[in-house]
Design a binder for this molecule. Sequence first.
Ligand SMILES: *Cc1c(COP(=O)(O)O)cnc(C)c1O
Length: 408
Amino acid sequence: MLNLDFHPTGRHFLQIPGPSPVPDRILRAMSLPTIDHRGPEFGALGLQVLKGIKQIFKTEHPVAIYPASGTGAWEAALMNTLSPGDQVLMYETGHFAWLWQQMARKLGLEPEVLARQGSDAALPHAPSWRRGVQADLIEERLRKDTQHAIKAVCVVHNETSTGVTSDIAAVRRAIDAARHPALLLVDTISGLASADYRHDEWGVDVTVSGSQKGLMLPPGISFNALSPKAIEASKRSKMPKSFFAWDEIVEMNATGYWPYTPNTNLLYGLSEALDMLLGEGLDQVFARHQRWAAGVRAAVNAWGLEIQCADPAVYSPVLTGVLMPEGVDADAVRKLIYERFDMSLGTGLSKVKGRMFRIGHLGDSNDLTLLGTVAGCEMGLKLAGVKLKGSGVQAAMEHFATNKQQQA
Ligand SMILES: *Cc1c(COP(=O)(O)O)cnc(C)c1O
């Protein structure tokens, strides 16, 4: 049982970068009765969500929807396109990129890790965790692979552990410039439907995403957006697969059904999320997140704290990583904020554990919930004894009051 005394009144502030707060409209849609997944009503729902989700990925090609978390869709992307022992080039931007490498290794692939070199004063042990993918390193490596032993390049679009995005179009250009046939596999589990993403235009072969971040749904479904080249590769792939195999899913999806029981109520939620996002317009959705992110960054700057992302060109619109001054345990600050103000913030993962926390600005949110979020952080930081230069709340209010949301 939940300890209800602990959450006495009001909404919990779920300011982690996924799961994101789910709009009531979506929760209500999900509360409809579960229907026969072989019945006529279901087929119509299936066709509707499969059509809508293509618009979100900006693709004309099939999108597989799995009743699995994002990790399952990561596995699906590798298993459908590759063969045992294949070399894959994986760029390390942070913890999630690292986890995908570990998975590739466990599945019997041979990941080669690329990462930005150089030094970083604030995070000397993780210089590649503060900036986006350096596409020229990928191009340089692929040019040396004259035998085309590398079968795929894997990158994370919005690195949720750090709050750093990567230029996916630049990675495509790097692969093309090297005239290399490797597939491009991209994780935008936390970027989709919050940050600009274009599966077809950017020449991505498999895009991996999940439900519980920008799509504003609970965890439990995930996606593979495919390209014709990925589908061709799947016919030659020798990795063992059954549940995750695209062929049967894509074939049955043509009539709105799945080979197994799909997650019916989450698909009701997806249908509602698609109505909301496409109704608002994706450009508007992206602008809204950019504006929120800028407001939160204005607060961090006013506090005089350092933002984890060291390159303003690739700040994430989805979350902001906040580095703590030397000697302050970020998790102790998070714990204090949780206990005093009923707000969850993202923890620092692996290499940055205790060094930083993450503020999510996605899902069911608005200017005032983000001001509340910033206020909770500011009070918690002060109570934890962190010396702040100025008021982040004041700076965020200034930002939200003077930067009106543009109507598309
Ligand atoms: C959340 C996330 C994952 C993991 O997804 P799960 O749904 O937890 O399995 C992987 N990559 C990124 C970038 C994420 O944000």
